[in-house]
Design a protein around this ligand. Structure first.
Ligand SMILES: C[S@@+](CC[C@H](N)C(=O)[O-])C[C@H]1O[C@@H](n2cnc3c(N)ncnc32)[C@H](O)[C@@H]1O
Length: 292
């Protein structure tokens, strides 16, 4: 059987028939609604993730699923499609050099600036926050760095396109096996053991975070200027024109003395870019203004 035939004929051992046209239609829908690029190398992944959704809807093939997507229920089904196809892998203190940079460079800068100007207001955006480990890590590092210094007003906006990961993030409850990702001192200060194999983020830390659904390629109902933006390990799913547009949009909502973080395998072309590189996937505005 040649490759094309294999792509278009149902495999008799497969639970559902997914022809090439059906795969392409799903790839087109996720690109349109989430900007996520899925090429044919992801065919198996799409099949296995979407099979769960087909089972949940008691469907027997992908063409019935596409009829739903294109029909009256399409709008609500899109959210399920997005939740099914996004990759949400994350962990506490992922890429620890970023948190070290915060401890050694950013937080001392904020503290010095506060001494000089009295400005103790900080706004942070974690722009693809998944199940919450990343924004809670940011919160732990900030709370720890500002310990002993009073009257700070700091808030983290955590957003994601996937409503199921946002619901988990809002709960802030994790399995004990994730404890080893969190340094001991932080565990003592910022988590409560629940005694059922789980732990929770302490409410006094949680109160600094707000979780909202936001599609990075859609409208941003943002009225503030951020001191720091984390947008890690999501650019890898987007195409170049979308990434370039996003970089410009992030630069518009980042303070002129702010910092912008990408994931370890991501980068932006610094030529003609509003950002310059200052560390491992750490950027600051190219027209940065440091007031110290
Ligand atoms: C691999 S996780 C990265 C999580 C975290 N930033 C980290 O580095 O550990 C990617 C996240 O991006 C989210 N995502 C994908 N497309 C998105 C979009 N268009 N807008 C907002 N979030 C998106 C996914 O739902 C997923 O939770």
């Amino acid at each position: 059987m040649n490759a094309l035939a294999k792509n278009t004929v149902a495999d008799p051992e497969r639970e559902f028939k997914m022809g090439n046209g059906e795969f392409q239609a799903i790839a087109k829908a996720i690109y349109k609604h989430a900007g996520i690029v899925i090429d044919s190398s992801k065919r198996e992944l799409v099949y296995s993730r979407m099979s769960r959704r087909l089972r949940a809807l008691s469907l027997s093939d992908f063409s019935s699923y596409l009829s739903i997507l294109e029909g009256a229920q399409g709008k609500s089904e899109i959210k399920h499609l997005i939740n099914t196809l996004t990759t949400n892998h994350t962990r506490f203190f992922r890429e620890p050099h970023h948190f070290q940079y915060m401890q050694e460079t950013i937080i001392p800068y904020w503290k010095k600036r506060a001494e000089k100007t009295g400005n103790k207001r900080l706004r942070i955006w974690c722009a693809a926050s998944s199940t919450g480990e990343e924004p809670y890590t940011l919160a732990m590092v900030i709370a720890n760095g500002l310990k002993g210094s009073v009257q700070w007003d700091w808030k983290i906006l955590a957003t994601d396109i996937d409503t199921s990961v946002l619901a988990a993030a809002k709960k802030g409850i994790y399995e004990n096996k994730a404890l080893e990702e969190i340094p001991k001192d932080y565990r003592r200060s910022y988590i409560n053991k629940l005694g059922d194999g789980q732990f929770e983020i302490k409410p006094e830390l949680k109160r600094h975070l707000t979780f909202n659904r936001l599609n990075l390629h859609g409208a941003w109902p943002i009225k503030t200027s951020f001191d720091m933006i984390f947008c890690r390990n999501v650019f890898i799913y987007f195409d170049l024109p979308s990434k370039q547009l996003l970089v410009d949009r992030f630069s518009e909502v980042l303070s002129e003395e702010g910092w912008f973080f990408l994931g370890h395998s991501e980068s932006i072309l610094v030529e003609n870019s509003p950002f310059k590189l200052v560390g491992r996937t750490i950027y600051e505005p190219s027209n940065v203004v440091r007031r110290l």
